[in-house]
Design a protein around this ligand. Structure first.
Ligand code: UPG
Ligand code: MN
Length: 748
C-alpha cells in the first residue's frame, strides 16, 4: 500500500515537472466582429463606386473618355489597396512574456547575445550619441560574460574609435552604477538629462560623481572633434590608433579591428570587480573598386567577425541612435526563443521603433503610429512582422541562411569555460580577414547568407527571405518601450527617408521572394498582403498624383467627373469617404495621437505620395534599366539651433530647394489656381452654391487640397525665416501651375 502510494506521488511529481508552462502568450484582440461587419459595408460602398465608374464610361469618341478610364483605374487601385489595409486589421494579436519563469527555469544557463550597433559617418551621427547607445546596451541586466557589443563604423573614423575607447573606460563606472541603483534608461545622456533621478537623494553623491565623469568624457570627445585631432598622449597610449597609419580615406582603408574589452580576460573588471561585456570596434575594409553594400555589408562583416570572437546564438541589431530604454529587453526576447513548445520556428523578434524627439503634434508624421500600433499586430497574426533594421533580435543560424526544419531548436553552449585558447592579438589578426573586401567573392553572402544586398531596405527583404525559408517572426510591443531613437527633424529629411523606403519596398516586388509571385506557397496570403501594404507605396504615387491634378483642372473647366448630390450614386462616395476619414481619425486618436497630429498626417500622406514615393518609383525604374546606382542617404541625427527651434515650435522646415519641393509647390499652386478660378467664376455668375450641388466632390477635393497646403503657401510667400521655400522655387511653381491651368482651359 505504502509502496503504491509512494510511486503515485513520484509519478505526480514527475508529471508536475514535465508540465509545460509557456514563456510567452499570444492573445487575439476582442470585438473584431463589429469591425469586420463595418468593413464589409465599406467594401459594398467601394463596389458601388466601381459600378458607377464602369457603367458611366463615356463612349468611344465622346469627351473625357480617357480621363474617366484613368479615374476608374485609380479607384480600382485605391479600392484594392484598401482591401490590403483591411487584411492587416483583420486579426490583430498581442504578445506578453513571463520573464520570471525564464529566469527560474534557466537560471544562469542563458545563451550568449551579440549586439551589433551600426554607424556610418561621424559628422552625421555624432560619436557621443553612438557611445550612449553602446553604453546603454553594455549595461543590460544580463550576465556580462554572455554579452558582447560590436560597433561597426562605416565611417572608419578615428573620432568614433576614440569615443568608443573612452566609453570602454567609462563603462567600468557606469555599469556597476546602473546595477546598484537600478538606473533606467541606461543611456547616460538621457539619464542625466532627466533631472528627476536626483530625487532619491541617498545616492546623490554618487550621482554627482558619475555625472562628472560622464561630462569630462563628453568634453574630451567633443574637444577632439572640434580640434580635428586626437590628443597625442592618447594616441600614444593605445595601439589601436596605429591602424590609421595606412588609412587614406573613408572609402579606402584596411580593416580596422580592435577588441577594446575582452570579456573573457580575467583582468577585464569593472570598479566593483565584476566582469565586463566584450566590446569590439570594427571598420571593415573599404576599397573604391569594391561595392560595400551599405548597412547590409556592415552587418554581414559583423556576423562573421563576431562568430570568431563570441559567436552568440542570438544577435540584436541596433541603429546607432537607438538606445536601450529597458534593461530587461533581452530576457523578453529570449522568452520567445526559449519556449519549449512554441519557439522552434521563431527566427526574429521585432520591437517597434519609438522616437523620443517628436513634437506634440508630430508634424512630419514620423511616429508611424498606425503601423506600429495596429498594422504590425495584424501582420503578426499571419506569420510575423517585417524586420525593420533596428530593435530586432535574431537567431544567428536563421539570419545566416539556415532553412527551417522540425528540429531547429535553439542550441547554445551551456557551460562556457570563459577561456580563450589564443592570445587576443592572434585573434584580432585572424578575424580581420573576415571583414575584407574580397572575402565575400564567390560566396553566398548577401544572397543566401546574412543580409541581402542590392535593396534600399536590406532589412525588409532579409526578413522576407527568412520567412520564405519557413521561419516565423514575432512582434513584441511592450508598454515600456524597449528602444528609443531619433526621427528626422526636417521635411526634406523625412521625404528622403521615405523615398528610400518606398524605393526599397518597391524593389522587393521584383526580387526572388516577391510577395506577389514567388512567395506564394512559402508564406501565408495574409503575410503577402502585409508586405504589399508597403511594397505598393511607390506605384500608388502615380494615382495620387492623378487624383490631385485632374479633378481640380476639370473643376476649373466646369466638367463634372463625379456624381451630383441629387444622384443616388453620390451615396456610396459619401459613405466611403466619410466613414474612412472618421475611422482613420478615431484610430489615430486611439493610438495616442492628437487632432492636429492627424491633420498633419493627412498632409504628410499627400506629400509622401506625391514626392517621395513618386521619386522612389521613378528611381527604381531607372535602376532596373541600368541608368542609376544604389545609394543610401543617411538620416541626420542632429540639426543646427535655428532649425531645431522651429522644429520645437512646429513650424514646417522647407529650407533648401529640392525637386521634391518643386512638385509639392507646383501641385499646391495648381490647386490654388483652380480653386480661386472656380470661386471667381461662381461669384461672377451670382450663384456661388451651384458648384457645390453640381460638382460637390471635385469642389471638396480641391478645397481640401488647398486647405492642407496652407503651410506651404506660407512657406512660399509669407515667411522670411531660414525655413521658408526659396523665391526661385516660388516663381517656378507659380509659372508652371499657371501655364498648366491656362493651357488646359484654352485647349479644352
Ligand atoms: O553605409 C551605411 C549606411 C548606413 N548605415 C547605418 O544604418 C543605420 C540606419 O541609417 P539611417 O540613416 O538612420 O536610416 P533610417 O531610415 O533611419 O533607418 C531605417 O531604414 C533603414 C533601411 O532603409 C534600416 O537600415 C534601418 O535599420 C532603419 O532604422 C544607421 O545606424 C547607419 O549608421 C551603415 O552602417 N552603413
Ligand atoms: Mn535612423
Amino acid at each position: 500500500m505504502t509502496v503504491a502510494l509512494a510511486s503515485l506521488r513520484e509519478r505526480n511529481r514527475e508529471m508536475g515537472r514535465e508540465k509545460y508552462i509557456p514563456l510567452f502568450e499570444t492573445k487575439e484582440a476582442r470585438g473584431r466582429v463589429f469591425y469586420r461587419l463595418f468593413s464589409v459595408t465599406v467594401f459594398l460602398g467601394i463596389c458601388c463606386i466601381w459600378a458607377y465608374r464602369i457603367s458611366n464610361i463615356p463612349r468611344k469618341g465622346e469627351d473625357g473618355r480617357w480621363v474617366w478610364i484613368g479615374l476608374l483605374g485609380a479607384e480600382l487601385w485605391f479600392g484594392l489597396y484598401w482591401v490590403i489595409t483591411q487584411a492587416v486589421r483583420w486579426k490583430p494579436v498581442f504578445r506578453c512574456t513571463f520573464k520570471d519563469r525564464l529566469s527560474q527555469r534557466y537560471k544562469k544557463e542563458l545563451p550568449e547575445v551579440d549586439i551589433f550597433v551600426c554607424t556610418a559617418n561621424f559628422k552625421i551621427e555624432p560619436p557621443i550619441m553612438v557611445i550612449n547607445t553602446v553604453l546603454s546596451v553594455m549595461a543590460y541586466d544580463y550576465s556580462p560574460e554572455k554579452l558582447s557589443v560590436y560597433l561597426s563604423d562605416d565611417g572608419g573614423s578615428e573620432f568614433t574609435f576614440y569615443a568608443l575607447l573612452e566609453a570602454s573606460k567609462f563603462a567600468k563606472h557606469w555599469i556597476p552604477y546602473c546595477k546598484k541603483f537600478k538606473v533606467e534608461p541606461r543611456s547616460p545622456a538621457v539619464y542625466f538629462a532627466s533631472k528627476s533621478n536626483l530625487d532619491n537623494s541617498h545616492h546623490s553623491e554618487q550621482w554627482v560623481a558619475i555625472k562628472k565623469l560622464y561630462e569630462e568624457m563628453e568634453d574630451r570627445i567633443e574637444t577632439a572633434i572640434t580640434l580635428g585631432r586626437i590628443p597625442e598622449e592618447e594616441r600614444f597610449k593605445h595601439k589601436g590608433f596605429s591602424q590609421w597609419d595606412s588609412y587614406s580615406s573613408r572609402l579606402d582603408h584596411d580593416t580596422i579591428l580592435q577588441i577594446l574589452i575582452d570579456g573573457k580576460d580575467p583582468n577585464a573588471k569593472d570598479i566593483d570587480g565584476c566582469a565586463l561585456p566584450t566590446l569590439v570596434y570594427l571598420a571593415r575594409e573599404k576599397r573604391p573598386q569594391h561595392p560595400h553594400h551599405f548597412k547590409a555589408g556592415a552587418m554581414n562583416a559583423l556576423i562573421r567577425v563576431s562568430s570568431m570572437i563570441s559567436n552568440g546564438s542570438i544577435i540584436l541589431n541596433l541603429d546607432c541612435d537607438m538606445y536601450s530604454n529597458n534593461s530587461l529587453s533581452i530576457q523578453d526576447a529570449l522568452c520567445f526563443f526559449m519556449d519549449e513548445e512554441k519557439s522552434h520556428d521563431i527566427a526574429f523578434v521585432q520591437y517597434p521603433q519609438h522616437f523620443e524627439n517628436l513634437t506634440k503634434n508630430d508634424m512630419y508624421s514620423n511616429s508611424l503610429r498606425a503601423s506600429f500600433n495596429v498594422e504590425f499586430h495584424g501582420i503578426d497574426s499571419f506569420g510575423g512582422p517585417l524586420y525593420i533594421g533596428t530593435g530586432c533580435f535574431h537567431r544567428r543560424d536563421a539570419l545566416c541562411g539556415r532553412k527551417f526544419t522540425k528540429d531547429c531548436k535553439l542550441e547554445w553552449k551551456k557551460d562556457d569555460d570563459h577561456k580563450r585558447l589564443k592570445s587576443i592579438l592572434e585573434l584580432e589578426e585572424e578575424t580581420k580577414s573576415l571583414a575584407s573586401c574580397t572575402y565575400e567573392q564567390n560566396t553566398q553572402w548577401g544572397k543566401e547568407m546574412g543580409l541581402r544586398y542590392g535593396c534600399a531596405v536590406e532589412d525588409v527583404i532579409t526578413g522576407l527571405s527568412i520567412q520564405c525559408r519557413g521561419w516565423k517572426s514575432v512582434y513584441f510591443n511592450p508598454e515600456r518601450k524597449a528602444f528609443a531613437g531619433l526621427a528626422p527633424t526636417t521635411l526634406h529629411q523625412t521625404l528622403v527617408q521615405q523615398k528610400r523606403w518606398a524605393e526599397g519596398d518597391f524593389q522587393i516586388l521584383f526580387c526572388k521572394y516577391s510577395p506577389l509571385w514567388h512567395a506564394h506557397g512559402k508564406i501565408s496570403l495574409g503575410l503577402r498582403l502585409g508586405y504589399c501594404l508597403f511594397c505598393f507605396w511607390a506605384p500608388t504615387s502615380l494615382l495620387v498624383l492623378y487624383y490631385s491634378i485632374i479633378p481640380s483642372l476639370y473643376l476649373l473647366n466646369g466638367i463634372s467627373l463625379f456624381p451630383q448630390v441629387s444622384s443616388p450614386w453620390f451615396l456610396p462616395f459619401a459613405y466611403v469617404i466619410s466613414t474612412q476619414y472618421i475611422y482613420n481619425l478615431v484610430e489615430f486618436l486611439w493610438c495616442g495621437g492628437t487632432i492636429l497630429g492627424w491633420w498633419s498626417e493627412q498632409r504628410m500622406w499627400l506629400y509622401k505620395r506625391t514626392s517621395s514615393y513618386f521619386f522612389g518609383f521613378v528611381d527604381t525604374i531607372l535602376k532596373m534599366l541600368g541608368f542609376t546606382d544604389s545609394t543610401f542617404v543617411i538620416t541626420a541625427k542632429f540639426t543646427d539651433e535655428d532649425i531645431s527651434k522651429r522644429y520645437e515650435k512646429e513650424i514646417i522646415e522647407f529650407g533648401d530647394s529640392s525637386p521634391m519641393f518643386t512638385i509639392l509647390a507646383t501641385l499646391a499652386m495648381l490647386n490654388l489656381f483652380c480653386f480661386v478660378g472656380v470661386v471667381n467664376k461662381e461669384i461672377m455668375s451670382g450663384n456661388i452654391f451651384r458648384v457645390y450641388r453640381t460638382m460637390p466632390l471635385q469642389t471638396l477635393l480641391c478645397s481640401a487640397l488647398v486647405l492642407i497646403n496652407m503651410p506651404l503657401y506660407q512657406g512660399l510667400f509669407l515667411r522670411n525665416d531660414g525655413g521658408k521655400l526659396p523665391g526661385s522655387l516660388a516663381f517656378k511653381s507659380f509659372v508652371v501651375a499657371l501655364l498648366a491651368c491656362s493651357s488646359f482651359t484654352l485647349l479644352y
